[in-house]
Design a protein around this ligand. Structure first.
Ligand code: GTP
Length: 820
């Protein structure tokens, strides 16, 4: 048990994952020199006797069943590091922390703390504190900790943060709190923005209530009608020709609440851009056309309701959704309406409870495995999902043709958004200057000091501000970041080529998107005037090639993109067109954005042969002398518009039992557009690739790898297969699999309501057994050699008794019991 004896006879004891209910006698009897004890992942409810370990510096009690904070810890005067996260601790008594003068690191996350002891600020050496995932309402107790640098307070119930807390911090994470001072949108900007916020708050402050309201639902469900009728306080008839293209953004104030309306187009073509615009902390109004809803057809519930709820649940799982039944005047009679309402309400409730049940079941499966401690990351992921609470309100019936129904819809919406249980953080405390800046930007637009299309250079905007308002540039940027977060402006600071571009009218940006992401794109191409084609040296037959390429290969020629966007820009009076659509040298704002958000893929990035390229030398990292260049004669591919997998299958050929084969299961399902975005993310790694509707094939040297999305018995997974030509390539194949899994993991972060389990199916023909991967994320973060770890099991046997070499099933060495 003793793992190391240092020169000064310090001893480390490892009792992790041994199902212990009390402290082992061996450490209590022979305790003098023990400095580190690892007791994580046991079943400890108390740790009587721990105070005997007087020389303890590191104590790990995480993942146990402690209900009370062990008071005896106060006697461990040498303690430097304490892990006591993932227990059920409700309260910490006074007089513990003043005794722990050496304590530097304290992890208390995932407990049930409602408050911190008032004397925690006497723990003078504390520099790292993690209290995420508790029920804390304030952090006043932490004020005055002189050495606190890293503070994690995510997922608590914090509303106001004390300014004094931020004096020495170098790391601060606070997402998942109903913050109003500073608002969460300020906190995501980081410590600099928080400090700027408090400085500006000293001058003046105001309380505002703002809510982003997203209208979602199938095409023609009545989203625009609800949105416009709400704004005009009376029924507004929306013409069919006036269907929403992309997203419409408007603003209205009612009952002291500022509503920022985002009306999403319902046609499927637009779903591929939804991930860019569906953001957390919004109120979702889900429009359902009751006249076309059929309660006897499960597909009808899927199309009108569950598709949308699943999407919201995966992407913004903490949302509040109000389902609204429209077109009730076109239903048969009141009975028909009542029946449909009852059906939708009950199916929705079942859907939500089924999901919780499925998650619990998965958790139980892991718990019942031989050694649950090997699956602890996955258990945490599942617990995180069960913690989310998507709130779906009762279906509201609205006849959009009746004024009194519109009034009722308005009143009901206002009541829901001002209900503190639904939106604890609708109220925000803001420095007066925030509102001034926002109003002033609108003023600049009105006075034409900013071009009407609203794209403005950051330095120009800064100059206007510094000269007119005497505002510090850092403070100004902090305000811009806040306005971006609430959706009033768009500033993609994180995209290098766009960090100087501020879009003070987000609708312009959406107009750019909708110039090419639209349901009637073919019609738009066909309507390009001949004159314009000629100006671009394009023949009519080229136009037909564009159409057929788009229809058959989902690719759109860059020149076509440029013409369509130019047309849209003309209506918006944008002068610097090249900047948006690109010129011979650079791709322009639009393509940067579409590629950044993984909506399309440049079909070919050419890199001309360069005779001056540096010589390749195996021992040195090779650096390209010329970067890849943008070629205006190329095209962009929109993988989500592809119709089949013919080309991919031709290259791939047959699946073989010898292929390395990994299944990544998605709970609860693969989000819409996930695979295509994965393809767009992965293709640049392997320039030799073939893309299909839901398959994609990559070649690297001799290795051929296939990814595809599959559904078997309602389980959805992505399969990664590698053709195994010879043993030498196995390591390289596992590296390719690892790269793809890394991209999957990266992408999955954008869907907080999602988790994955990984299996390798047994390689015996007809055998249904599989090998479940243990916690694999460390493998992805590691160098990926696939050979780390000490002793290795040479062979694995499935539950049906079939034996195979380990490296044909897992990346060898990482999943044997010793290496974990
Ligand atoms: N009779 C009746 N017509 C409605 C009702 N709600 C909407 N409509 C009509 O249904 C049609 C579609 O409504 P929209 O509001 O454009 O639907 P949408 O969901 O915004 O459609 P997309 O823009 O395609 O996403 C319009 O002609 C509306 O006037 C209703 O409650 N009763």
């Amino acid at each position: 048990m003793s793992l190391s004896n240092g020169p000064n006879q310090q001893t480390t004891r490892d009792f992790a994952g041994r199902k212990l209910k009390t402290l082992p006698k061996s450490i209590l009897d022979n305790n003098e020199n023990i400095s580190k004890v690892d007791l994580q992942q046991n079943r400890l409810k108390q740790v009587s006797g721990i105070s005997k370990l007087v020389n303890l510096t590191d104590l790990n009690l995480s993942r146990n069943e402690l209900l009370d904070f062990p008071e005896e810890i106060r006697q461990l005067h040498h303690l430097k590091k304490l892990y006591i996260n993932q227990n059920n601790i409700k309260c910490i008594p006074d007089n513990v922390f003043p005794s722990l003068q050496q304590l530097q690191f304290l992890k208390l996350s995932t407990n049930r703390l409602t408050e911190l002891p008032s004397d925690i600020n006497q723990c003078l050496s504390l520099s790292y504190l993690n209290v995420s995932n508790n029920y804390l309402k304030d952090l006043q107790a932490l004020v005055g900790l002189p050495n606190l640098h890293d503070l994690y307070v995510e997922k608590n119930r914090l509303t106001d943060l004390p300014e004094e807390l931020f004096v020495n911090l170098t790391m601060f994470k606070a997402t998942g709190n109903p913050l109003r001072k500073p608002p969460g949108e300020v906190c995501v900007g980081g410590l600099k923005d928080i400090r700027s916020y408090f400085t500006m708050l000293r001058d003046s402050s105001s309380t505002v209530k703002t809510i982003k309201t997203m209208f979602l639902g199938s095409s023609m469900a009545g989203k625009s009608t609800l949105c416009r009728s709400f704004q005009q306080c009376c029924p507004v008839k929306v013409d069919e020709a006036d269907r929403t293209v992309g997203i419409e953004i408007t603003e209205v104030e009612r009952g002291g609440v500022r509503f920022l309306f985002w009306d999403f187009a319902g046609q499927e073509e637009y779903y591929i851009t939804h991930h860019v615009f569906i953001t957390p902390q919004a109120f979702v109004i889900l429009a359902i056309d009751l006249s076309s809803y059929d309660s006897t057809d499960p597909q009808s519930f899927k199309d009108h309701v569950s598709f949308w709820i699943s999407n919201i649940q995966l992407r913004v799982p903490d949302s509040v959704v109000l389902p609204v039944g429209t077109h009730i005047d076109q239903c048969q009679d009141q009975m028909d309406i009542d029946r449909k309402k009852k059906d939708i309400d009950s199916k929705l409730q079942n859907m939500l409870s089924d999901r919780i049940e499925a998650l619990e079941l998965r958790k139980e499966e892991l718990q019942e495995s031989d050694d649950p401690s090997l699956f602890s990351d996955q258990m945490d992921d599942l617990s995180r999902l069960t913690d989310y609470n998507l709130k779906v309100l009762d279906l509201l019936l609205v006849d959009c043709t009746k004024p009194e129904n519109i009034q009722m819809f308005q009143d009901h919406t206002l009541k829901q958004v001002t209900n503190k249980d639904n939106f604890p953080s609708i109220e925000r405390i803001l420095p007066g200057i925030y509102q001034e800046v926002e109003e002033h930007i609108q003023d600049l637009l009105r006075k034409d000091d900013i071009p009407q299309h609203g794209r403005v250079n950051l330095s120009d905007l800064l100059e206007i501000y510094i000269s007119q308002k005497d505002l510090d540039p850092q403070n100004f940027k902090c305000i811009l970041r806040y306005l971006h977060q609430i959706g009033v402006i768009v500033w993609y600071e994180e995209i290098p080529s766009l960090k100087e571009d501020v879009f003070v009218k987000p609708s312009v940006l959406i107009a750019l998107f909708k110039a090419i992401i639209r349901h009637d794109l073919v019609k738009q191409i066909r309507e390009i005037p001949m004159q314009q084609l000629r100006r671009n040296k394009i023949l009519n037959k080229d136009r037909e090639t564009w159409v057929s390429d788009y229809e058959e290969k989902a690719t759109l020629h860059n020149v076509a993109i440029s013409i369509l966007v130019r047309k849209e820009l003309e209506t918006l009076d944008v002068a610097d067109v090249d900047l948006v659509v690109g010129d011979g040298n650079r791709p322009g704002i639009l393509l940067c954005l579409l590629q950044h958000f993984e909506v399309c893929l440049p079909t070919k990035i050419t890199s001309p042969l360069n005779p001056e390229a540096p010589e390749f030398h195996p021992s040195r990292t090779w650096v390209a002398s010329k970067p890849c260049v943008y070629d205006p004669d190329n095209a962009c591919m929109f993988p989500s518009y592809l119709k089949n997998n013919h080309t991919v299958l031709k290259i791939w050929g047959e699946d073989k039992l010898s292929d390395l084969n990994v299944h990544i299961y998605f709970t609860p399902e693969i989000p819409y557009g996930f695979l295509h975005r994965l393809i767009i993310k992965t293709c640049p790694l392997y320039p030799c690739h073939w893309v299909g509707k839901d398959h994609c094939c990559f070649r690297s040297g001799n290795n051929l790898t296939l990814i595809k999305a599959k559904t078997v018995n309602e389980d959805q997974y992505i399969e990664i297969r590698c053709k195994e030509e010879n043993d030498i390539d196995i390591k390289k194949s596992w590296q390719m699999i690892r790269e793809i899994m890394f991209k999957i993991d990266q992408l999955a972060q954008e869907w907080p309501g999602l988790c994955q389990l990984v299996h390798s199916p047994c390689k015996e023909r007809g055998c249904s057994a599989y090998f479940q991967w243990r916690d694999w994320k460390d493998w992805m973060k590691s160098s990926g050699s696939g050979n780390s770890g000490s002793t290795q099991e040479e062979k694995m046997t499935c539950r049906n008794g079939h034996t195979r070499r380990t490296e044909l099933i897992y990346p060898r060495g990482l999943f044997n019991s010793d290496s974990t």
